[in-house]
Design a protein around this ligand. Structure first.
Ligand code: SF4
Length: 460
């Protein structure tokens, strides 16, 4: 991909607030009309005679200290009693839900997210994994991944995860530059990352992902390029390079960042260019919107074979599994249902104590949502949509159904960012950087949000 001055101008012109489409409809559409009772009914209905695969998500919200850029649902604490209380509730939620899930259904995918799962003690990690394995039927080749903060990690933590079946680790790095690290309150030496990587490999965990963020305070193209070269030298299998979503009105902790240190829009685009140029120049394949992987990685193969999928964790090779999520703020998604747990600890604990599902909000998809979700996810993953496939799947005439989307895409088509032929919608190489904008043309709900509501981050 060539990012020249013309493309940078287009990115500046079209950048606006928009969803990242880890789901469709997006979370702001979820409503409190959907409650624990409806969740229970849907859970029963979903599991009736359903042999389909299952995916699990576990949210561990705790962290030792606050990174000022953080956008996750976290609790900063060193109160181990508080953590134990949460883990007890989490186990009770697992017992409650698993009673409704047919035992023959296989878990093909599981993810530990946070917060910081590696902030738990190794014994707590083993205990949670034991509960899950007793209550669910894990496929022998299940993909089990965990988000790890190299700070505070020990070999025993990694061993506990490995004993629980973890075969993918994702290491939070963001940037190796010490000035940037101090500005975001996350000081982490390269040696910590190298140790975590070495332990993973020693224990037979072959897949290591690094998370990077561009657009952080004090980052310059030169400093970030230095980080990128260090990363490439370590050769992780995958790299996720996220655009920093600076949304202090939504994430109060981001007010602790010094606004005058934030890279301007132009500088941020140069950081994006440096990221893409350096990583693809080092042989990584560019996946979807913000992921990179070595050519032999499953993700690269799936992209070439158009088998990529998108879920709450980003891009994935596994599809079709119903997602049951546990813990504060976690989102389950099965059949036509999205259901999100309470985001605040007291509400979450109170619901579980009362032996209720801790469902705070949710959403039941309509037929139109299913059609649009399919189109949006194909765009986000394959950068193209086969109109005939959509017509066969949903019994519609594509161009008639999406006549308004064609109108909304006019400017993107005019600038060569996307092509609309009788058989396909194809996002061009340069249009990939605006794929969120193009997907937004197929979203039926965006007109419900006013730009001053600041619901979403910037698309570029
Ligand atoms: S970025 Fe990660 S480690 Fe830092 S506060 Fe957020 S969840 Fe915790």
């Amino acid at each position: 991909m060539i990012i020249d001055d013309r493309l940078i101008e287009l990115l500046k012109t079209f950048s606006k607030q928009g969803p990242r489409y880890t789901s469709y409809p997006t979370a702001p559409m979820f409503s409190s009309d959907y409650n624990d009772k409806r969740f229970e009914v849907d859970l029963i209905r979903n599991n009736h005679n359903n042999p389909g695969p299952v995916s699990l998500y576990l949210h561990i919200p705790f962290c030792d200290s606050l990174c000022y850029f953080c956008g996750c649902t976290t609790i900063i604490t060193n109160n181990r009693e508080k953590i134990r209380t949460y883990l007890d509730a989490l186990k009770r939620e697992i017992l409650l839900t698993s009673a409704y899930v047919e035992r023959q259904r296989q878990v093909t995918q599981m993810h530990w997210g946070g917060g910081t799962p590696s902030y738990l003690d190794p014994s707590e990690i083993r205990d949670l994994m034991d509960v899950l394995r007793r209550r669910f039927n894990f496929a022998p080749d299940a993909e089990i991944s965990v988000e790890i903060d190299p700070r505070g990690l020990t070999f025993d933590h990694m061993k506990a995860f490995r004993e629980g079946g973890v075969n993918r680790v994702s290491l939070g790095i963001q940037d190796f530059d010490t000035d940037v690290q101090r500005a975001v309150n996350r000081v982490q030496s390269e040696q910590l990352t190298l140790d975590a990587m070495r332990w993973a490999k020693e224990l037979g965990i072959d897949s290591v992902n690094f998370d990077l963020i561009y657009g952080l305070p004090l980052q310059t193209t030169g400093s970030f390029q230095h980080t990128l070269h260090r990363v490439v030298a370590m050769r992780p299998n995958r790299i996720a390079a996220f655009s920093f979503a600076y949304v202090p009105w939504m994430k109060k902790q981001q007010n602790l960042l010094n606004a005058k240190d934030m890279p301007a829009a132009d500088a941020k685009l140069q950081l994006l260019k440096a990221t893409i140029d350096t990583l693809t120049g080092a042989g990584y394949e560019y996946i979807g919107m913000d992921h990179f992987a070595v050519p032999e990685d499953e993700l690269s193969v799936a992209m070439r074979e158009k088998r990529l999928h998108r879920n709450f964790q980003g891009y994935s090779t596994r599809a079709g599994a119903d997602l049951f999520a546990f813990g504060m703020s976690s989102i389950s998604h099965f059949g036509d249902v999205y259901a999100q747990n309470y985001k605040e600890l007291p509400e979450y604990l109170a619901a579980v104590d009362a032996r209720q599902f801790p469902t705070a909000v949710g959403y039941k998809m309509t037929r139109d949502d299913q059609v649009r979700k399919f189109v949006i996810m194909r765009l986000m993953c394959d950068l193209e949509v086969d109109k005939e496939e959509v017509e066969d799947l949903f019994g519609i005439n594509f161009d008639q159904y999406f006549d308004m989307s064609r109108v909304q895409m006019f400017d993107y088509i005019r600038h060569g960012l996307v092509a609309d032929s009788p058989s396909k919608i194809v996002v061009s190489d340069s249009g990939r950087l605006l794929v969120r904008n193009i997907a937004m043309c197929y979203d039926a709900y965006l007109n419900r949000f006013k730009s001053e509501e600041n619901v979403f981050s910037k698309t570029v």
